[in-house]
Ligand binder design. Sequence first.
Ligand code: HEC
Length: 99
Amino acid sequence: MKLAYAVSMFVTFGAFAPSALFAAEPVPLSAQGCVGCHGVRGTGSDPTPRIAGRPAAEIVSQLKAFASNQRPGTIMGRIARGYSDADIVAIAAYFSAQK
Ligand code: HEC
């Protein structure tokens, strides 16, 4: 009985809740630090720019420019420094695939 309850709770909250929150496609773990400001799909909202659908190479180069202070930002410099190159590539792929 307890197991059946646990399984039903898992199904309810474990499987369905995230798909409801994140619509069609799950946000990769590495990109979850971005969505609070840029939106789940990277659509942005003032003053945070839209990054959805931008070419992945451009997102990578902007993040690296922020991280190295080549591009000044209010917040992005500190954020960009927290990610490995592999994270940045995965994050850029995710946001560039959004509409
Ligand atoms: C605290 C809010 C916040 C978070 C979290 C955040 N950003 Fe930003 N992002 C901004 C703001 C604000 C700007 C405008 C530049 C600035 O002021 O730093 C920006 C600018 C950018 C730009 C440049 C867009 C353009 O128009 O050139 C990119 C690319 C970007 N962010 C990607 C990301 C990614 C990827 C993450 C996650 C690793 C992320 N941001 C996390 C707020 C945020």
